[in-house]
Write a new protein. Structure first.
Length: 112
């Protein structure tokens, strides 16, 4: 939770959340909702993303923070995130092409 608090304090929040996102993961960590990956619905086509969104309920009104990830290997859809021992794990799902299963288990610590 401390890492998330530090991360959002370094960013600029908005009342607008992710637009047109599906098949993403969401984990609640204290006062934060952490969304990762999924498909963004664009006019041209669906796109697999590796963006991290944090919803901070400590403020009134609550704010969204967006943190893009540069690592294309982290693009996931249909995956899960799981909080275990103060670590947020990214498990399973499909990679960048949306068809190839991802056997990796990653710690989202590198993004947080």
């Amino acid at each position: 939770m401390e890492k998330l608090a530090r991360l959002v304090s370094s960013g600029q929040g908005s009342q607008k959340g992710p637009h047109g996102l599906r098949h993403h993961s969401c984990s609640v960590v204290g006062p934060f909702a952490v969304l990762f990956g999924g498909e963004t619905l664009t006019r041209a086509r669906d796109t697999i993303c590796n963006d991290l969104y944090i919803y901070d309920t400590r403020t009134s009104p609550p704010l969204w923070f967006h943190f893009p990830c540069a690592d294309r290997g982290m693009k996931r859809v249909g995956h899960r995130t799981c909080l275990w021992n103060d670590q947020l794990y990214l498990v399973g799902g499909f990679g960048e092409d949306g068809r190839t299963a991802s056997p990796q288990v990653c710690v989202l610590d590198s993004l947080i």
